[in-house]
Design a protein around this ligand. Structure first.
Ligand code: ZN
Ligand code: FE
Length: 749
C-alpha cells in the first residue's frame, strides 16, 4: 500500500539540523517528497510505502537531533504527488516568525573530535560548530535565522565552508555560523599593550598558569578567569571585583576532572553534560581557598565552547575560576570596548574573540536534587526557549520582579522567558532590561502597542515604572507571590487545577501594602489565588537595610518574644546595629509589617551566630543551611499553625534558648529547618483538608534551600499530597515573569 502524508513539526526545529535529519530519515526509508522551514516550524510532504510512512512519523520525534525540541507533530493524509526523490525546499516566509529561537548549544562530540584531529581543516579552530552545536541566540540579530542576520555576517564563507553549507548531506548544511581558520573570525590576546595573534590561546594558558587574571570572551559574554588553586590570584580577583564572599564558578576540563571537585549523582552528570552546560551546584569534595567561602558546595561547569577545550588542551590550570566579567552586581560585559573599559584594573590581559556577541547571555546555574532539577539562574543554553503554553488572545509581555529579573513574552500561545537580566537597582541592568524587552518584541515582530503589559504590584519597582512607559497598552498588576505560585503551574500546564500554593520568599509587595513572603494561597491560575494563611507578621525595621543585616531583620521578630536573653552578650554578641534598630522599633520609625520567610531565616541565622552584614543576597540563610547539614540529627522546633497563622514565636524562642544553653549551632540550625518544614506541613495539610485539595505548589526564593525543600516535599508526599516545584524556571524571582504572564493570560481570554 502506498500513501502520502503532510506533516507539520513545531518546537525548536530550526537551526538545529532538523531538515538534513528529515532528509536522511526519508532517504533511509526510501520515501520521496520534500521538507522546508515554515514560519512556525517545519513542513514535510512525504510519500511511499504505508508501513515506512508510519515508522517515519514516529522517528521524527524519537530520533530527532539532540539540539531539537519537538513540541508537536501533526500528520495528515494527502494525495500522492508522484515525487521521485526527497529534497529540501526553500524556506517559506510566514506572517510572523513564531518559530522558536534555539538557545546556544555546547560543542558536540563530532565537532570536538574534528577540533583535535590534526588532519581536519578545522584543527584547533576556536569557532568550529555545526547544526547540532554552537552559538544561536547569542549571535542572532534578526529573524529569520540566516547568516546575514547573525553576527557572522561580516565573514563570507570560503569555498570549502560554502560547499558544506550547501550540501544537504553535510552536518553543516545551513549551519549559519559555519567558518574555518581561513575565512572566519579568530582570537587575539591583548597583553602588556601589545596584541598576540598566532599563539593567543597557548599564551593565555601560560598566563593563567602564572596566576594572571584574564578576561576571556565566550559565548554570551566575558568571563574573568584565573587558576582556582592559586589563592593569591583568587583573592586578587575578589578584591578587584568587589566580590567579598559570593562563590565563584569553576570550569573543569572534563567530567573526570569535575568528579574530583564535586560529588555528582547520575542526574547531576546528565545536567552538567547536557547541551545547555549549566554551572551545576554539587557537594564539594575538596576545599579551594577563597573560591566558595563557608559553603559545602561548589559550582562547576564543563567546557561549552571550542575555545574552552583549546585552553585546557594548551595547559590552562584545571579547574579554572570562570566568573562573569563584571564589577559586583553589574551586568556581564559582552561588548569588546565596554569590556576593555569596565574590566581595566580587574583583568591583566584580554583574550578577545572577533565574532561579536549580539546580546549578553550569562551562564545558567542549576542543581539536581531528589525533587528533580532546580534552575537557580536560567540563561545560556535555555533562553529564549519556550517554557509553557499559555492561552491568550493577545501577546503578553510580563516584566518580572526587580531582583534576578527576567522578562516573559507570550505570543501565539507560547511563553518565551528571557535570559537572566539581573537586579534592576543597577542602572546598567535597567538598560539591559529595556534592551531585552525591545529585543524580544523585535524578534517576534511586535510593537509596544500590540502587547498587554504585566508588572509587579510594588509601586517602587523600576519594572513597574517601565510598565507605565507603555502608555496605551493594557496593563495588569500581579501580586509577587501569586506569580511565584503560578510559575510552578504554568510550566506544567496545570492552569485549571485548584490547589494550595505556598510562596516562601524574601520579600514582595502584598495586597495590603505590607511586605509579604510567607504565604499560603488557595485557587487556580485560571480563577486566581486567594490568600488563606501566612507567617505571623513582624515589624521589618529600616526598610531595605534589614535585608543586608540579619540582626536588624531579627529585631522585629524577637520583639514579640517574651523572656529573651541579652542578645548583646555572649554567646550572641549582636553588634550595635541591633540596639539602633531596637530604638527605631520602639519609636515605630521606618517600620513595615512583614510575613517574610526570608527574614525569618535571617533572624534564626543571627541567633545561631551570623551577626555580620551579608555580602550577597540570601547569604545568611545559605550559611544556616550549610551549618545544619553538619548536624547528625535534631527534632523540629515548634512552629504552630493556628487560625491561618504560622506562629514564629515558639520557633525563634527555642532557637535562642538552645543557643544560650550551649547547644551545638549545627543542631540548632537543623532543628530550625525541621521546624519550618513541619510548620509548612501542618499549614498545608490543614488547608488541604478544609478545601478538599490534594496538590500543593511550592515556590519562592526560600525554596532554593535544598534541606528545606527535601524535607517539605517528603513530608507532604508522606501525608498523601502531591507537591509540585519549579523545574523549567527558577523558584526565585527569575520565575516571577512567567507566573505574571500565566495569570494575565487567563485574564486576557
Ligand atoms: Zn558540532
Ligand atoms: Fe520573590
Amino acid at each position: 500500500m502506498m500513501g502520502a502524508y503532510r506533516i507539520r513539526v513545531t518546537g525548536t526545529v530550526q537551526g538545529v539540523g532538523f531538515r538534513p535529519f528529515v532528509l536522511r530519515l526519508a532517504r533511509e526509508a526510501g520515501l520521496t517528497g520534500w521538507v522546508l522551514n515554515a514560519g512556525d516550524g517545519v513542513d514535510i510532504h512525504v510519500e511511499g510505502l504505508e508501513s515506512r510512512l508510519d515508522s517515519f512519523g514516529r522517528d521524527l520525534r524519537a530520533r530527532a537531533p539532540g539540539a531539537a525540541d519537538v513540541a508537536t507533530v501533526s500528520i495528515e493524509p494527502v494525495a500522492q504527488a508522484g515525487f521521485d526523490a526527497f529534497t529540501i525546499h526553500e524556506s517559506r516566509e510566514g506572517a510572523r516568525p513564531t518559530t522558536r529561537i534555539s538557545p546556544d548549544l555546547a560543542t558536540c562530540d563530532d565537532c570536538r573530535a574534528e577540533l583535535f584531529d590534526t588532519t581536519d581543516p578545522r584543527f584547533l579552530y576556536p569557532y568550529i560548530n555545526c547544526t547540532a552545536c554552537g552559538p544561536r541566540y547569542s549571535i542572532i540579530r534578526n529573524l529569520p535565522y540566516d547568516r546575514a542576520a547573525t553576527t557572522m555576517a561580516g565573514w563570507p564563507m570560503d569555498a570549502a565552508c560554502a560547499a558544506e553549507y550547501h550540501d544537504p548531506a553535510s552536518r553543516r548544511f545551513h549551519a549559519q555560523p559555519v567558518a574555518c581558520a581561513r575565512c572566519g573570525p579568530g582570537y587575539v590576546l591583548e597583553v602588556d599593550g601589545g596584541v598576540v595573534r598566532d599563539d593567543a590561546i597557548p599564551r593565555t594558558a601560560e598566563l593563567l598558569r602564572q596566576g594572571v587574571i584574564v578576561a576571556i570572551k565566550g559565548i554570551g559574554g566575558y568571563h574573568l578567569a584565573c587558576d582556582a588553586r592559586n589563592v593569591a590570584a583568587v583573592m586578587a580577583l575578589r578584591e578587584r571585583k568587589f566580590r567579598k564572599e559570593k562563590p565563584f564558578a569553576l570550569m573543569a576540563s572534563d567530567l573526570a576532572a569535575a568528579r574530583c571537585l564535586v560529588d555528582l549523582t547520575s542526574d547531576a552528570v546528565a545536567l552538567i553534560t547536557s547541551t545547555a552546560r549549566p554551572i551545576v551546584l554539587a557537594p564539594a569534595r575538596i576545599t579551594l581557598d577563597g573560591v566558595a567561602p563557608e559553603s559545602d558546595e561548589l559550582g562547576v561547569m564543563l567546557p561549552y565552547s571550542p575555545l574552552h577545550d583549546l585552553l585546557f588542551r594548551a595547559g590552562a590550570p584545571d579547574p579554572l575560576v570562570m566568573t562573569s566579567a563584571n564589577v559586583s552586581n553589574e551586568p556581564i560585559a559582552f561588548d569588546d570596548d565596554d569590556a576593555r573599559t569596565r574590566l581595566r584594573g580587574i583583568a591583566d590581559a584580554f583574550l578577545v574573540g572577533e565574532r561579536p556577541i549580539a546580546r549578553r547571555v550569562e551562564d545558567s546555574v542549576a542543581r539536581a536534587g531528589p525533587a528533580g532539577m532546580t534552575l537557580l539562574r536560567r540563561s545560556r543554553g535555555y533562553a529564549p526557549g519556550a517554557v509553557a503554553e499559555l492561552p491568550s488572545s493577545r501577546p503578553i509581555l510580563a516584566l518580572g520582579a526587580d531582583l534576578k529579573n527576567t522578562v516573559t513574552l507570550v505570543v501565539d500561545g507560547q511563553a518565551f522567558v528571557s535570559q537572566f537580566v539581573g537586579d534592576l537597582e543597577q542602572y546598567d541592568c535597567l538598560v539591559a532590561h529595556r534592551a531585552t524587552i525591545d529585543d524580544l518584541l523585535r524578534m517576534y515582530d511586535l510593537d509596544r502597542g500590540d502587547v498587554s503589559v504585566v508588572h509587579d504590584l510594588h509601586p517602587g519597582y523600576h519594572s513597574t515604572q517601565v510598565a507605565q512607559s507603555f502608555g496605551e497598552s493594557r496593563r495588569v498588576g500581579v501580586q509577587h507571590h501569586r506569580a511565584h505560585v503560578a510559575s510552578v503551574l504554568a510550566e506544567r500546564g496545570a492552569l485549571h487545577e485548584r490547589m494550595i500554593g505556598v510562596a516562601f520568599d524574601g520579600t514582595g509587595y502584598g495586597d495590603d501594602g505590607s511586605i509579604w513572603g510567607g504565604e499560603f494561597f488557595v485557587g487556580s491560575v485560571r480563577d486566581g489565588f486567594q490568600r488563606v494563611a501566612h507567617v505571623r507578621e513582624a515589624e521589618l525595621v529600616g526598610g531595605d537595610a534589614a535585608a543586608r543585616h540579619p540582626v536588624q531583620a531579627a529585631v522585629g521578630f524577637l520583639d514579640q518574644i517574651e523572656g529573651l536573653p541579652d542578645l548583646t552578650a555572649p554567646p550572641f554578641d549582636f553588634p550595635d546595629r541591633y540596639a539602633m534598630a531596637r530604638s527605631l522599633l520602639a519609636r515605630r520609625v521606618r517600620c513595615v509589617p512583614t510575613s517574610s520567610a526570608g527574614r525569618l531565616f535571617d533572624a534564626a541565622a543571627a541567633l545561631a551566630g551570623f551577626t555580620r552584614a551579608v555580602s550577597f543576597e540570601g547569604q545568611a540563610a545559605m550559611w544556616l543551611e550549610t551549618l545544619a547539614r553538619g548536624s547528625s540529627g535534631a527534632d523540629p522546633y515548634p512552629f504552630p499553625f493556628h487560625d491561618g497563622v504560622l506562629d514564629f514565636r515558639p520557633l525563634l524562642a527555642a532557637t535562642a534558648r538552645d543557643r544560650r544553653a550551649g547547644r551545638a549551632p549545627a543542631d540548632i540550625a537543623l532543628a530550625f529547618h525541621r521546624g519550618v518544614a513541619s510548620g509548612i506541613e501542618d499549614a498545608v495539610t490543614t488547608l488541604c483538608t478544609s478545601n478538599g485539595i490534594g496538590t500543593v505548589a511550592l515556590s519562592g526564593g526560600v525554596m532554593q534551600n535544598l534541606l528545606l525543600l527535601e524535607d517539605v516535599t517528603r513530608r507532604l508526599a508522606a501525608a498523601g499530597l502531591t507537591p509540585m516545584v519549579n523545574h523549567a524556571v527558577p523558584p526565585n524571582d527569575g520565575g516571577v515573569s512567567l507566573g505574571q504572564a500565566a495569570l494575565a493570560a487567563c485574564l486576557e481570554r
